[in-house]
Design a protein around this ligand. Structure first.
Ligand SMILES: Nc1ncnc2c1ncn2[C@@H]1O[C@H](COP(=O)(O)OP(=O)(O)O)[C@@H](O)[C@H]1O
Ligand SMILES: Cc1cn([C@H]2C[C@H](O)[C@@H](COP(=O)(O)OP(=O)(O)O)O2)c(=O)[nH]c1=O
Length: 209
């Protein structure tokens, strides 16, 4: 049986990622694909336990290096226990965030540098990468409107960091897409949800059976 494909969906806060995750999953399943939908931090029992450590408590609970290591540890467990077994079974996997969130948040915005975070991924997960990473991008003003419209979630340790942090996250995602244009595609998240979903599917066109 052919190995499945691994797709990650990324973006800053409030770009409409949850909305698109659901719509993209339905569209892929509608094409007859067996799809496992998962998320980070989390996606396996061990990684879900680490998720609570990462998202709850004071912003100062972890220093930047400890925070990056926890994300990398959660990801190592998620890859081994959930993602690789599904791909081996021939399923497709769609993950709500993956490595590129660590590169943008901890590496770029957190000041560790993208290369340092990539080194943790080489150690933790043998540098296992998605077949395609779709990054939703929105201009800042529209992103702020959507973030305000959304219930909850901005209160977590990372979501509640200042606008300058989130602007650096956005710059990080754009830099990654420039550096890895074949794997990482920037997707315009403006306009009606169905239009954004169509852009996502178009960016997967060469992978779809
Ligand atoms: N394409 C869109 N156009 C306008 N509003 C949107 C769009 N997609 C999502 N929203 C709204 O923006 C807010 C954030 O969307 P959500 O999918 O929860 O984003 P995220 O998961 O990125 O935080 C929600 O109120 C949602 O209804
Ligand atoms: C996977 C990952 C997430 N994060 C952050 C992004 C989010 O602020 C938070 C995950 O929270 P979550 O509640 O899943 O929110 P979202 O809807 O924004 O995906 O953790 C990192 O900083 N590094 C990472 O590697």
């Amino acid at each position: 049986m052919a190995r499945g494909r691994f797709i990650s969906l990324e973006g800053g806060e409030g770009v409409g990622k949850s909305t698109q995750l659901t719509a993209l999953a339905e569209a892929l399943q509608g094409r007859g694909l067996q799809l496992l939908v998962t998320r980070e931090p989390g996606g396996s029992p061990g990684a879900e336990a680490i998720r609570k450590l990462l998202l709850e408590g004071e912003d100062t609970r972890w220093n930047p290096r400890a925070e990056a290591l926890l994300f990398a540890a959660a990801r190592a467990d998620h890859v081994e226990k959930t993602i690789l077994p599904a791909l081996e079974r021939g399923e497709w996997v769609l993950s709500d965030r993956f490595l590129d969130s660590s590169l943008a948040y901890q590496g770029e915005a957190g000041g560790l540098g993208i290369e340092a975070v990539r080194a943790l991924h080489r150690f933790g997960s043998s540098d296992f990468l998605p077949d395609r990473t779709l990054v939703l991008v929105l201009d800042e003003a529209e992103g702020a409107v959507r973030a305000r419209a959304r219930d909850g979630n901005l209160g977590d340790r990372i979501g509640s960091r200042p606008p300058s942090y989130h602007a650096a996250v956005d710059a990080g995602f754009r830099a990654i897409a420039t550096n890895e244009p074949d794997r990482v595609k920037l997707i315009d998240a403006s306009g009606p949800p169905a239009t954004v979903t169509a852009r996502l599917l178009y960016a997967l066109g060469d992978l779809l059976p």
